[in-house]
Write a protein that binds this ligand. Structure first.
Ligand code: FRU
Length: 498
């Protein structure tokens, strides 16, 4: 693509062009009801997630003028309760000299009653070589944001390439610490650490010591925290080969857990790498610890380098719902935060026994809803649920009991997305009981299995008439209990400070 077009700032676009884009977005039948989505253009990573001045602040990577990865801004959203959100406008605008080609991903931390936003400034030199800077902007309680006039880290340390970005900052007993995603000179991915006593002066501390010496060619968006006395590192390795049901997406997001980081040696003793999500559209998660001590995660509900059907409508992607993380037997579980119950409207429910049949029920259908569906005492080959069912469309969630496998199949979900990466995703599952907790929106589904042991996050693009929900058991019986709530509009589509 033409560079000038790709790196256009919002103020360089004619007002008629923006108005026409807004109209296309408004007419899109796939706009979400209760997920954070861009007003126009492309959204990607969540950034700067923090609790400050009585609100949760959640920013995201935003290119306003098209659905490609152009010049990135930080867009600001805020919420008092993690359920209802307001669009609060642009937070960080790219400008010369340190972030001229994009204010890339980063994190937020509160110090001296101000929210400090630490991010990567993307630039290129005269020969178009990438030059990343780690930069800072400071937000006050009124939402005014000021950029620091010089970068915090102005060069890449020796041994690493220009793929060096996505600072995540936290505080521990020694002061402030920052982890940055990096690529070694031998083109393997890793993460490095810096320390600071004041958030402004940073010292390179060294590379994070892990057992993953050759694990992809770049680690994006690293995030280190401690939960129940364990160390957890979440990161997005690029370049893993698919292995059976694993690593099926173009890029992965996952984690390792172990003993807390050794702050002297920077060694992190850890177990195996787990994927955080088993669905099609999930990347660049970011966490924060809130006032109640919960570790909350939000991710980008999308994947890089794949076209989506809303591109033709002038917008692309949304964020996932906020999820509370817990550690169960060394594995991270993700559950939608309790506050999302505030979105619940009309309720419907049913109890039944399925016997080698597929059934639907009155009032159990829809486009934007929460559904809890439990199969108990399963004595069948397979059970499952089909959502967004129309004449030719359906998205199938199937628990194959004999194979010990759970599959989400979007081959008939509607408009196709990234089918070169397959149309089904699976993970291992066993037991005679299973609980599916689903959040379905106009063009997405988030499936939490057995209270967040596994999660499948996916976009789907069915027609608006495809509203059916069906439950099935194949070759045998199973008890079924279903509760469904309609969910209401949760993000105002209008921009404003309050
Ligand atoms: C991940 C990522 C980050 C980068 C940002 C740019 O999706 O590539 O590494 O900071 O997106 O938008």
């Amino acid at each position: 693509m033409d560079r000038e077009l790709k790196y256009r700032r919002l103020d360089q676009a004619p007002l008629e062009e923006i108005a026409a884009l807004q109209k296309r977005v408004k007419d899109s039948s796939w706009r979400q009801t209760y997920h954070i989505q861009p007003l126009t253009g492309l959204l990607n990573d969540p950034n700067g997630f923090a609790y400050y001045a009585g609100e949760y602040h959640l920013f995201y990577q935003w290119f306003p003028l098209g659905t490609y990865h152009g010049l990135k801004y930080w867009y600001h959203t805020a919420s008092k309760d993690l359920a209802f959100w307001r669009n609060a406008g642009i937070a960080i605008e790219p400008s010369a000299p340190y972030d001229s080609l994009g204010a890339y991903s980063g994190s937020g931390i509160v110090k001296d009653e101000k929210l400090h936003l630490i991010y990567t400034g993307n630039t290129r030199d005269d020969n178009w070589n990438r030059r990343p800077y780690q930069c800072m902007a400071v937000m006050d309680a009124e939402g005014n944001i000021t950029k620091l006039n010089k970068p915090l880290i102005d060069h890449v340390p020796e041994g690493y390439t220009e793929h060096f970005r996505d600072p995540k900052v936290w505080r521990d007993e020694d002061g402030y610490r920052c982890i940055i995603g990096a690529q070694r000179m031998d083109l393997t991915g890793t993460a490095v650490l810096y320390t600071s006593s004041n958030l402004v002066d940073w010292m390179f501390a060294g590379e994070l010591g892990t057992g993953l010496k050759e694990f992809g060619y770049m680690w994006e968006c690293p995030d280190y925290f401690e939960l129940n006395g364990q160390g957890v590192l979440i990161f997005c390795p690029q370049g893993l080969e698919a292995e059976g049901d694993h690593y099926q997406n173009i890029y992965q997001s996952g984690y390792i857990t172990g003993k807390p980081l050794n702050r002297e040696t920077l060694e992190f003793e850890h177990g195996v790498f787990h994927e955080l999500d088993r669905g099609f559209d999930y990347y660049a998660p970011q966490t924060m610890e809130d006032e109640q001590g919960r570790r909350i995660l939000v991710a980008w509900m999308g994947q890089p380098e794949i076209g989506y059907p809303t591109d033709q409508h002038g917008w692309a992607h949304c964020l996932t719902l906020p999820r509370a993380l817990e550690l169960r037997n060394g594995k991270l579980t993700q559950m939608p935060v309790e506050e999302l119950k505030k979105l619940r409207g009309k309720q419907a429910g049913v109890q039944d026994t399925l016997s080698s049949e597929t059934k639907s029920y009155d009032e159990i259908d829809g486009i934007a809803y929460e559904l809890i569906c439990e199969f108990r005492g399963i004595d069948a080959e397979a059970v499952g649920v089909e959502i967004r069912v129309g004449e030719t469309e359906r998205t199938v969630i199937r628990y194959d009991v004999t194979l010990g496998k759970l599959t989400m199949d979007r081959s008939a979900s509607g408009e196709r997305i990234g089918s070169e990466y397959g149309t089904a995703r699976s993970c291992r599952l066993d037991g005679r009981n299973v609980k599916f907790h689903l959040f379905v929106d106009t063009s997405s589904v988030e499936l939490f299995i057995n209270d967040g042991e596994e999660v499948f996050t996916s976009r789907i693009f069915p027609q608006s008439g495809s509203k059916g929900i069906r439950f099935f058991s194949n070759h045998g019986i199973a008890g079924l209990k279903v509760t469904k709530w309609d969910l209401t509009q949760a993000v105002n589509d209008i921009e404003g400070k309050d």
